[in-house]
Design a protein around this ligand. Structure first.
Ligand SMILES: Nc1ncnc2c1ncn2[C@@H]1O[C@H](COP(=O)(O)OP(=O)(O)OP(=O)(O)O)[C@@H](O)[C@H]1O
Ligand SMILES: [Mg+2]
Length: 500
């Protein structure tokens, strides 16, 4: 494994990376950093959690002149939380060199952002809508940009951001470097490449599978009305450190949070209708492990890097196989182990097959845990607690009481009662979720439904070409008055609610 010092990286940046605790480079970093430093346009693809942020962050910051107060680099990301996170990582990489990054995203008070921009950052990490807003207000000028990065480029294409990106890139000088990154690069990404890049170098880390191999992947074959109980049982048996549960719609997320709380779990939700301040609070509490379970729509599927997430649940199947890759990639990051459980109803088996086909990996069926098995697991936990207490000789002060009790009662009754008291029995509180339809069946080839696609859609083929990526354009942009009268804008605004 190569260290960062083997590349042509300047000292300040090397030092910062060292301070971040990075010793050896990940494969995408080893390949992408020299290519990007050489100044080439680049498409970078590597599995989730393998350090793509630093793979573009290091060469981008290396190129920046810290004494020049103009904005020299931009990163565009599909969601607000991701823009914030990328901004934080770039600030760490740029710290020693004195390169500042300011995040700019929808839902946050614009005046606060304008104030932050007065500190003259050299890099902006932004969601497209708000960035355009700043450009129009002339609070951000892009005429000195040398590097533009599109993180999760394919997702921005899916979300119909292509016109926004076009409008943003139109503000950038002709001479600039464009870098495009994602864990998935469906064919239609060529559309972006042809439009925005010059003979891009494609850096793809060779790997048989699209998902990382240290994520154990299973599915539960469940009926819709069993899902919630199965989720609770699985949570009880697995006892994740942190878990993310993905639901298909905002309503679904709200209902799941409510149901989980009723049953005594610590859960909070995030989706596009939740005010931004609350969204950030929810993420912060989850990162701090003050909440154990984050329930989310696909708004949390891409890029988020939260350490300690041991489990991902696809409570509902994702709309497309790429989304599966990103969702489960919220665990198993930076070499950690993780587990992913996907709920599949009988009529959705085809979708599971499509996922396996894309990821080139088999997903194993896991038997549905019975209530008895869960109880047994929890009892075993209580027994273990007792054992630990015995071994640690912590019961000394209780011996007299124990002897007295044993002279009155059968030993086995005494111990079983102690185990019962220590066992947190699974809550049986009834929870009823509004049923959702199974994921729509894949369309036969050639029957593309392009209703919801932006311009140039339908190149994907198969599942992703089916046009059923019903996206809500709303999630990051609360300011789109500037584009309401644009061609295509209205149509896309009507898109459905499931994405947020
Ligand atoms: N060379 C390295 N050594 C150790 N840790 C690293 C290294 N590079 C990155 N990391 C850490 O690995 C984690 C994942 O990195 P990052 O978020 O950039 O992944 P990614 O490839 O962008 O994933 P995704 O596809 O989900 O966006 C981060 O916590 C990051 O700090
Ligand atoms: Mg990333």
């Amino acid at each position: 494994m190569k260290t960062f010092s083997e590349l042509n990286i300047e000292n300040d940046v090397l030092k910062a990376v060292e301070n971040m605790g990075f010793e050896t480079m990940t494969p995408i970093q080893a390949e992408a950093i020299p290519t990007a430093i050489a100044g080439k346009d680049m498409i970078g693809q590597a599995q989730t959690g393998t350090g793509k942020t630093a793979a573009f962050g290091v060469p981008m910051i290396q190129k920046i002149d810290p004494n020049n107060p103009n904005i020299q680099g931009i990163v565009i990301a599909p969601t607000r939380e991701l823009a914030i996170q990328v901004g934080e990582e770039l600030n760490r990489i740029g710290q020693t060199k004195g390169v500042k990054t300011v995040p700019v995203y929808g839902g946050q008070d614009i005046n606060r952002q304008i104030k932050a921009l007065k500190r003259r950052p050299q890099i902006i990490a932004a969601t497209p809508g708000r960035l355009l807003d700043h450009i129009r207000r002339r609070t951000i000028k892009l005429n000195n940009i040398e590097t533009a990065v599109l993180d999760e480029a394919d997702e921005m294409l899916n979300m119909g951001f292509i016109e926004d990106i076009e409008a943003i890139l139109a503000e950038i000088p002709q001479e600039h470097q464009t870098l495009l990154f994602s864990a998935t690069m469906p064919k239609r990404i060529q559309l972006l490449a042809e439009k925005f890049m010059q003979q891009p170098e494609i850096v793809r880390v060779k790997s048989k599978e699209l998902t990382v191999d240290h994520i154990d992947q299973y599915y539960y074959d469940v009926k819709e009305n069993q899902k919630f109980d199965v989720l609770c049982r699985s949570l009880d048996i697995e006892s994740p450190d942190l878990a993310i549960v993905f639901g298909r719609t905002k309503k679904r997320v709200d209902e799941l949070v409510e149901g989980l709380m009723k049953r005594g779990y610590s859960a909070e939700g995030i989706h596009g209708d939740i005010p931004q301040v609350k969204r950030e609070k929810v993420i912060r509490r989850f990162k701090d492990q003050a909440t154990d379970i984050l329930v989310a729509t696909d708004v949390a599927a891409r890029g988020l890097d939260i350490s300690g997430v041991t489990h991902v649940y696809n409570f509902d199947l994702p709309q497309d196989p790429e989304s599966y890759v990103h969702r489960i990639g919220r665990t198993g990051r930076a070499g950690e182990k993780g587990s992913a459980y996907t709920f599949v109803t009988p009529r959705e088996m085809d979708h599971l097959k499509s996922i396996e086909k894309l990821t080139k990996r088999q997903i194993d069926k896991k038997p549905i845990p019975s209530y008895e098995a869960v109880l047994e697991g929890l009892q075993e936990g209580a027994v273990e607690q007792l054992r630990q207490t015995i071994w640690a000789n912590e019961g000394d002060d209780y011996r007299e009481a124990a002897k007295r009790l044993l002279s009155e009662e059968e030993a086995v009754d005494v111990v079983s009662s102690a185990i019962k008291l220590l066992t947190k029995e699974p809550s049986q509180t009834p929870v009823k979720l509004t049923a959702v339809e199974p994921l729509r069946a894949k369309k036969a080839k050639g029957q593309h439904n392009n209703r919801n696609r932006g311009r140039g859609g339908g190149q994907g083929g198969g599942y992703k070409g089916g046009g059923n990526r019903n996206r809500n354009q709303n999630q990051n942009r609360d300011n789109r008055r500037h584009r309401n009268n644009k061609q295509g804008g209205q149509k896309r605004n009507q898109q459905n609610q499931n994405r947020s």
